[in-house]
Design a protein around this ligand. Structure first.
Ligand SMILES: [Fe+2]
Ligand SMILES: [Fe+2]
Length: 153
């Protein structure tokens, strides 16, 4: 079974990606800071797209009480998320530090749109830590509790 990241989250990621790409085209220290940030973000985004966020596609059907056997395939993703969560949270620390550098550089250069972007992306990381990642982990825990599903592994 294929698991699809809820569209609003996909759109949010796409918009952040695009803003980061544009910030990377800025001159001087702002562009430099944006490109350094993009380097940190890329491998992190890949993990989010591969296994951290697709389980959230099951939130709505599970909340409606729907169940199909194929849903158990999500355990592959949620097990990987639980295993890599400490690393992903550490990546957020690096990303948030790089965002602080970008925000300060943008403020010095009077780029208020990039200041706003850096603050929005920092908030995005906190939303993932406090809402999205835990919700994806809970999807896995709930699916594992279904009768007839493996208790572990
Ligand atoms: Fe993200
Ligand atoms: Fe993230």
């Amino acid at each position: 079974m294929k698991f699809t990241i809820p569209l609003p989250l996909q759109h949010e990621h796409e918009a952040l990606h695009e803003q980061l790409r544009l910030a990377g085209q800025a001159d001087g220290e702002v562009g430099e800071a944006a490109r350094a940030l993009a380097k940190l973000m890329h491998p992190h985004f890949v993990k989010e797209d591969q296994f951290a966020l697709p389980p959230l596609g099951l939130l709505a059907p599970l909340a409606r009480g729907e169940w199909r056997a194929g849903m158990a395939d999500v355990l592959t993703l949620t097990d990987q998320l639980e295993a890599e969560l400490p690393q992903m949270l550490a990546e957020h620390q690096g990303i948030v530090a790089a965002l602080g550098t970008l925000r300060d550089a943008a403020a010095r250069s009077g780029c208020s749109d990039i200041v706003a972007f850096a603050e929005a992306l920092t908030e995005h990381a906190r939303t993932e830590e406090e809402v999205m990642y835990p919700a994806a982990v809970l999807v896995g825990r709930l699916v594992r509790q279904r009768p007839g599903e493996p208790a572990a592994g």
